[in-house]
Design a protein. Structure first.
Length: 202
């Protein structure tokens, strides 16, 4: 189901799929792709050395099921354990949900620093251009328009819709560093999870 979700979200090659399921080993992912192809859920396309994967009509028909599971999880599993906090998966989702229409033309770099993460996964950069967004876990060079400084749990809760931008900014749980105009614009640049608006039980 995780692999199907990634394909529904637009991942097409093995490396992109790997980034969307960071805790799945390459060998297991390869096995899953072979199984889905045999079941008629995905098609495998070869163009020289380039291999891409697409959902078949049977695979695309699973979207309502994947969406329903996502909505159910947001509504009924509100508590996140430490093992659920994954900066790689979070940033992969964030990078493909940037509102390109809100970001100024040209090259814009947005940095994220998760102050409670040690080592790999602490710092990330979104390189935003009119034709798409690149996600980097190393400094790509160039001027940073703004920095999002927070802890990982707060960013995930914001992304999920558990918190709102005004709330985390007022509390100091999240700091936006940069020119005033850019700081005000960043919440418009970063769209939340498609499940952020799912109503929670009272």
């Amino acid at each position: 189901m995780l692999v199907i979700r990634e394909l529904l979200e637009g991942s097409r090659n093995f490396n992109a799929l790997r980034r969307g399921v960071p805790r799945m080993s390459p060998a297991l992912l390869s096995t899953r792709l072979q199984s889905l192809a045999r079941a008629g859920v995905i098609d495998r396309h070869e163009d020289g050395s380039r291999v891409t994967y697409t959902l078949t009509p049977a695979g695309r028909e699973l979207r309502p099921i994947v969406d329903a599971i996502g909505r159910w999880g947001i509504r009924w599993i509100p508590d996140l354990g430490d093992e659920d906090l994954d900066p790689h998966l979070l940033m992969w989702d964030i990078h493909r949900n940037v509102d390109l229409g809100e970001v100024p033309p040209g090259r814009t770099i947005l940095r994220f620093t998760f102050r409670d993460v040690v080592g790999s996964g602490r710092d990330w950069w979104l390189v935003i251009k009119s034709d798409g967004v690149d996600l980097c876990d190393f400094d790509p060079g160039g001027d940073v328009a703004a920095t999002v400084d927070t802890d990982l749990r707060t960013m995930i809760q914001l992304w999920r819709g558990d918190h709102r931008w005004p709330q985390v900014l007022r509390s100091g749980q999240l700091r936006l560093e940069g020119p005033t105009q850019v700081r005000r614009a960043v919440p418009r640049w970063l769209k939340l999870s498609s499940f952020a608006s799912v109503p929670r039980p009272i």
